[in-house]
Design a protein around this ligand. Structure first.
Ligand SMILES: *Cc1c(COP(=O)(O)O)cnc(C)c1O
Length: 240
């Protein structure tokens, strides 16, 4: 059972070779292992393979895992799921990063709820580039105002942008979409020098994302294999 180790090795190789192809340094691209629905035994294997940053989508599940690994201070936990305001406190109290801030109200709650003994919460603004009404993320025309407001909140640190583009299988179109996002990022960064993170790219489009300038890849299935939501659901019921 060395698959997870092997997968992490392969993904890292892919990041390195793709970065070389576009004259970037592999160290510019953080590998976030998306461990949603995965048991702690799978996360343990990833840790043994040298993985440190993990992404979770469901607040309760993520918090349970953070508690499980609380003694390992080298780990960094990112919340990457849709954030409901009644769950914001758990995110503020447990995670190092939140990728899915898309309105001022949730930002203000996270700011108020971030414990004083923790460092400021790193946040990314999620933008909705394809303007699909069923997707979360802020519309482009509201981006500047939200960035300005977040910068007045002392317990949050605006680090950049996150985007989940509509599924696109054609490489050239993936690349075009991603490059458009990179331009938006660069424009905003002119006013916010501290912004250093562009969270872009998943298992199926990581090569295009690196070419377009992603600094953080959110990789789930290429590391852990296909997600088994059935086992996940059963496990959640058992816990109750
Ligand atoms: C599940 C998920 C991922 C990982 O997707 P894979 O295709 O398995 O790599 C990345 N980002 C977000 C927001 C996700 O929900």
């Amino acid at each position: 059972m060395t698959t997870i180790r092997q997968n992490i090795h392969d993904v890292r190789e892919r990041i390195a070779s793709t970065a070389r192809d576009c004259a970037r340094s592999p160290e510019e691209v953080l590998l976030l292992a998306v461990s949603k629905t995965q048991p702690v035994t799978a996360i343990e294997k990833a840790i043994l393979a040298g993985q440190r940053a993990f992404g979770e989508n469901y607040v309760q599940e993520g918090v349970e895992k953070i508690h499980h690994f609380a003694r390992n201070l080298t780990l960094e936990w990112h919340f990457i799921g849709r954030l409901q305001s009644n769950k914001s406190r758990l995110v503020a109290e447990h995670f190092a990063w939140c990728h899915t801030v898309d309105n001022l109200k949730i930002a203000q709650r996270l700011n108020k709820q971030r414990p004083v003994n923790m460092s400021a919460l790193n946040v990314l603004i999620q933008i909705n580039i394809s303007n699909e009404s069923n997707k979360s993320g802020i519309p482009l025309h509201e981006l500047r105002q939200l960035a300005e407001n977040i910068c007045t909140l002392p317990r949050l640190r605006l680090r950049g942008l996150m985007v989940i583009p509509a599924v696109e299988n054609d490489y050239q179109r993936q690349l075009e979409n991603f490059k458009e996002i990179k331009q938006i990022f660069l424009e905003l960064k002119r006013n916010y020098f501290q912004m250093d993170t562009l969270s872009l790219g998943m298992s199926a489009d990581m090569v295009a994302a690196i070419h377009a300038g992603s600094t953080l890849l959110r990789i789930g299935s290429a590391i852990f294999g296909t997600r088994d939501y059935r086992r996940f659901c059963k496990k959640s019921i058992d816990i109750k």
